[in-house]
Design a protein around this ligand. Structure first.
Ligand code: ATP
Length: 513
């Protein structure tokens, strides 16, 4: 089995064992591509959401947040284009009976070419050492040029075929590239068909009068239909943004990558309304700003890259993904889209209501253009969780599992451990908790030897362990142990709050942006 697969399996089992993520309704054998967050997962998820909300809403005077309903008037989805165009091209393998997204099969093939090119570059880098000129090598080395231009050509052709609804050509491309079923190697494919991803449901008790509804496939439309409400009541002036976080639902064709692709998931979206003509400036601004937000978490610069879209959605005039190096390779984490005035104009047409802004500087009414930032909360969770999970060999040769979550996001900030369960130590530990819990999520742990407790908290991702021992009774000091360095300091109980705050405060982390 490939090492990557092992790592990913380990992520999934660690998430379950330590109360982060469980398969949904597991006692009934689970539900495909639906997951529940456990006691620690719910905290981590909440902390990610708050980190986003702080950066996007509270740190911007001109961005406000809303919480729109999941159910929306069905015409919303006609106007947004989701009824007619929210489709994925699917293809079935006739032998294995497995279903795939045709575009994903082709993208994976293209990514393999990219990996081959990167390997050549790395090899040459080793060979030439300091004298290596990467730019020159990439443009002149025959193999690298070959791999990269083939990749480019494939993605362009696929983009064009999907845009023009030429599904026969998508199938032809799969056949020409001899792409096989990743599970079985079979190349016996059906035709490519379009499949609408929205879940339908009904509102109302009586079948005859029930109204057909959809579960929202994105949170963005809740923002567009409230554009005027917020603009007027908040007296917002362009440029301004409306943000929200919440559940979205998509009947994904293929959902085999844990919480990367779920049928019920959560998005964190912000729609930024700008003057027509200014959208490219703001598009670039939000691309950079969002990348900086991701980088502030310290998961490694090398784990992010931009991917500019060749194939644009029906509403966009520019779009890019921030991709993250997940355990299964670089994949989309966030999308930044210049959505033009498509959505507001479409809602004007379908509702008959004007959705415009009077710009006093220009003395003019217009439908604003929109730049959107849209990140999946569950994908953020996976990015943070998977890249934090490490197996370390220590100096004494022993091994430890550590979940080195960014301290600002860790579910529990500190565990307080009495060295022994007697002599009044548990009581002092409880007193420390009583004080710290006003500011931080803290835990108490007295079971097992202290070394084992440290290991348990390392695996849970707790940044600090505070140990109460007999000396504490004499001088009111404790040992504070740092998860990542395992360094231990003797400090006064009265200093604890300051020390923890210094490491976990949102201020400290967001300042890195
Ligand atoms: P993909 O190409 O991976 O299906 P998308 O381009 O359809 O994603 P968007 O519509 O741009 O995704 O949605 C914005 C964000 O929502 C994505 O960047 C991703 O983080 C998240 N997201 C989308 N679909 C899912 C899903 N099925 N499960 C979890 N997160 C998702």
């Amino acid at each position: 089995m490939a090492k990557q697969e092992d790592i990913f399996k380990n992520v999934i089992s660690h998430a379950k064992e330590y109360g982060y993520i469980f398969p949904s309704s597991e006692i009934y054998d689970g539900l495909s591509a639906v997951y529940d967050y456990g006691q620690n997962g719910a905290e981590l998820k909440k902390n990610i959401r708050e980190y986003w909300w702080k950066a996007m809403v509270q740190m911007h005077e001109n961005i406000v947040g809303i919480d729109a309903a999941i159910f929306m008037h069905p015409t919303t989805w006609k106007a947004s284009g989701h009824v007619d165009a929210f489709n994925d091209p699917l293809i079935d393998n006739k032998d294995s009976k497995k279903r795939y997204r045709a575009d994903v099969l082709i993208e994976d093939y293209a990514e393999k070419l990219n990996i081959k090119a990167q390997k050549e570059i790395e090899k040459a880098q080793k060979r030439f050492g300091e004298a290596f000129n990467e730019e020159e090598f990439v443009t002149t080395n025959e193999r690298v040029v070959g791999y990269l231009s083939k990749r480019e050509e494939i993605l362009k052709r696929m983009g064009h075929s999907l845009e023009t609804e030429n599904l026969a050509d998508v199938k032809a491309l799969i056949e020409e590239l001899e792409i096989a079923d990743p599970d079985t190697g079979s190349k016996n494919w059906t035709e490519v068909r379009q499949f609408n991803l929205m879940f339908g449901t009904k509102l109302g008790a009586e079948a005859a009068h029930a109204m057909d509804l959809y579960l929202r496939p994105e949170t963005a439309q809740g923002i567009f239909v409230n554009f005027l409400n917020v603009q007027k009541t908040g007296r917002m002036k362009i440029p301004f943004g409306i943000a929200q976080t919440g559940k979205a639902f998509r009947n994904e064709i293929v959902a085999r990558q844990f919480i990367f692709r779920m049928r019920e998931f959560e998005q964190m979206e912000m729609q930024f309304f700008v003057r027509p003509g200014d959208e490219m400036k703001w598009y670039e601004y939000w691309k950079e700003t969002r990348l900086k937000w991701h980088m502030s978490l310290g998961l490694g610069k090398e784990n992010y890259r931009f991917h500019d879209h060749d194939k644009l959605a029906h509403y966009a005039n520019a779009a890019a993904d921030i991709e993250f190096n997940f355990p299964f390779g670089f994949k989309e984490l966030e999308g930044i889209h210049s959505r033009t005035d498509f959505d507001l104009k479409a809602h004007e047409e379908h509702s008959g209501k004007k959705l415009q802004f009077f710009d006093t500087e220009l003395n003019q009414n217009y439908v604003p253009y929109v730049v959107e930032t849209s990140v999946g909360l569950d994908r953020m969770f996976l990015a943070v969780f998977a890249s934090s999970l490490k197996e370390e060999t220590l100096e004494d040769g022993s091994e430890r599992t550590v979940l080195s979550l960014p301290a600002v996001l860790a579910p529990t900030k500190a565990a307080v451990l009495p060295l022994v369960k007697k002599d009044g130590l548990p009581e002092v530990a409880r007193e420390i908790i009583e004080d710290l819990k006003w500011d931080f999520n803290v835990a108490y742990d007295e079971k097992d030897a202290v070394g084992r407790r440290y290991r348990r908290q390392d695996a849970l991702g707790t940044p600090f362990c505070i140990t109460v021992d007999h000396q504490t009774l004499e001088d009111q000091t404790v040992t504070i142990r740092h998860r990542d360095s395992m360094k231990q300091d003797r400090v006064a109980i009265s200093e604890l709050r300051g020390i923890i705050n210094e490491e976990v405060s949102v201020r400290k982390w967001l300042m890195k942006m």
